[in-house]
Design a protein around this ligand. Structure first.
Ligand code: BGC
Length: 256
């Protein structure tokens, strides 16, 4: 059997990364290539980097390409954006990437990609209940997967807590910025996840993002009804999820 491959790109605030993904295992099929996110991170500058990544791997046209992006994506378009250049507002990412690369690319929210990858290959592999997956980083990304299907653009990092926008009080970047200890930060996470539990009644919560490498310092402090566990794919989750969603859209891979 030949290996089924798709290509994933993950656009982040500090780096834009890409790699081919083995769809049978969810492993990267080659080394990840990373280019610093241009500053300012305008549409033209970011699309140029995505083109550079694709050129680096010289992909056959038959390989589906997925791009994970840190904003909601509705019919390819970015309605608003929290953590990249504001000139993205209203831009059709799908069309911009297609114009730049000359190929169709599936475009998805970065946390949706990462969360879906966890359900396909990682910490929530094959879970058919309601799984809520979070990435704690510069902001808070979320993915809701229920019955193996993704509810796209959940944007639960922006629910309103008593202190305001959740990610501005609870993201991992805020922990660093305010110099919070893990127990201090965990108190904020408790407020956040209590609200998530109340609103969505997930069967399982998965926590990813760079800080999840230190999960034993804060996850055991959280008291919630559903289990709350660390993500497994870590910093490849966005790439893997974008590749998988592209492969599913193109018909190369079956949905769960
Ligand atoms: C954005 C989300 C994104 C998350 C993680 C949030 O600020 O609104 O779309 O998934 O950050 O990058």
């Amino acid at each position: 059997m030949t290996t089924k491959i798709a290509f994933g790109v993950d656009v982040g605030g500090s780096g834009i990364k890409g790699a081919p993904v083995d769809l049978a295992t969810g492993d990267l099929a080659d080394d990840r290539f990373k280019i610093a996110t241009p500053q300012p991170s305008t549409p033209d500058a970011v699309v140029d980097v995505i083109c550079e990544l694709l050129d680096h791997f010289s992909l056959p046209v038959t390989v589906p390409v997925g791009v994970a992006f840190p904003a909601p994506i509705i019919d390819g378009q970015v309605p608003w954006i929290a953590n990249l250049d504001q000139s993205w507002t209203g831009v059709n990412l799908g069309e911009a990437v297609q114009a730049g690369t000359g190929r169709h690319c599936t475009v998805v929210n970065d946390a949706d990609a990462a969360g879906y990858a966890e359900v396909m290959y990682g910490a929530a592999k094959g879970h058919m209940g309601t799984v809520a997956i979070f990435t704690l980083g510069t902001g808070i990304g979320s993915a809701l997967v229920t019955g193996g299907r993704l509810w796209p653009n959940s944007e639960l990092g922006h629910i309103t807590l008593p202190k305001g926008d959740a990610e501005k009080w609870t993201a991992a970047s805020i922990k660093d910025k305010e110099g919070l200890t893990y127990p201090q930060w965990a108190k904020r996470l408790q407020v956040y996840f209590d609200e998530i539990e109340k609103l969505f009644s997930p069967d399982l919560i998965v926590v990813g993002g760079g800080v999840s490498r230190k999960h034993e310092k804060f996850l055991p402090l959280l008291k919630l009804r559903p289990p709350i566990i660390p993500a497994e794919l870590r910093n490849t989750a966005g790439i893997v999820g974008a590749a998988v969603l592209a492969a599913q859209e193109s018909g190369l891979l079956k949905r769960l």
